[in-house]
Design a protein around this ligand. Structure first.
Ligand code: PEP
Length: 248
């Protein structure tokens, strides 16, 4: 039986004052939650997240990680560094990283490998653009993105990871995939994993991300293959994020 997970992606937002208010409220309200709940914060705020959330039911993590272990890679942050802040999760392959920072499937797979090796749980993001959806190649795109990781590390690696289906056209646009549209792709992703290992497919959490709000979370999370959400904008407002967690 899979449990639900709701993870916030703060993107490049926050400051010490606002973070403290947000993290404290989430931590206090999360005491009664059955679903797991996590926040992925900008690197400079990892120490603050650790300090506020340690000992609570809320996990924390980062939004990116270097594929390299260490060395002359100016500006990069290694998986081992994230472990020093007691991160549990790290996003890899978010569509903004793929589109704006040129991360290829191969780079994403290498980042995924680096995260796993350090003991972090990577949240692998996959999803199609609007043009790809309209061209009828959604399945081919998400399969390609997923296969890059499976080919590199083997399907068993997904036992220690989370998947997130995030249609690019739904991220930050206010345009959510319908529960049926999302379920269709989630089922396809699970079937693809099942083609390699049925038990892994049965257990892997697949989150939906893309303009999830308190008002649409419940119907999305009711779908059989949707195991929670990856939440951008709404994760910056405590009561909105908490309402989504409660919906899970
Ligand atoms: C995201 O950044 O992963 C995301 C899903 O953003 P939003 O919820 O704002 O669409």
């Amino acid at each position: 039986m899979r449990t639900k997970l709701v993870a916030g992606n703060w993107k490049m937002h926050g400051n010490f004052g606002a973070n403290l208010t947000l993290l404290t409220r989430i931590k206090e309200a999360a005491t009664g939650f059955a679903p797991a709940c996590a926040v992925c914060v900008p690197f400079p705020y990892l120490a603050q997240a650790q300090s506020v959330l340690a000992g609570s039911l809320v996990a924390w993590g980062a939004q990116d990680v270097s594929e390299h272990a260490q060395g002359a890679y100016t500006g990069e942050v290694s998986a081992a560094m994230l472990v020093e802040f007691a991160c549990r999760y790290v996003l890899v392959g978010h569509s903004e990283r793929r589109a704006l920072f040129g991360e290829s499937d191969a780079v994403v797979a290498a980042k995924f490998a680096a995260a796993l090796k350090a003991g972090l749980t990577p949240i692998l993001c996959v999803g199609e653009t609007l043009a790809e959806r309209e061209a009828g190649i959604t399945g081919a795109v998400v399969t390609r993105q997923l296969d890059a990781v499976i080919a590199n590390l083997g399907v068993a690696a997904l036992q220690r990871a989370v998947l997130a289906y995030e249609p690019v056209w739904a991220i930050g646009t206010g345009r959510t995939a319908s529960p049926q549209q999302a379920q269709e792709v989630h089922a396809l992703i699970r079937a693809r994993v099942a083609g390699c290992a049925a038990n892994v497919a049965q257990n892997v959490q697949i989150l939906y991300g893309g303009s999830v709000k308190a008002s649409n979370a419940q119907e999305l999370f009711a779908m059989p293959d949707i195991d929670g959400g990856l939440i951008g904008g709404a994760s910056l407002v405590a009561e909105d994020f908490l309402a989504i967690c409660r919906a899970a």
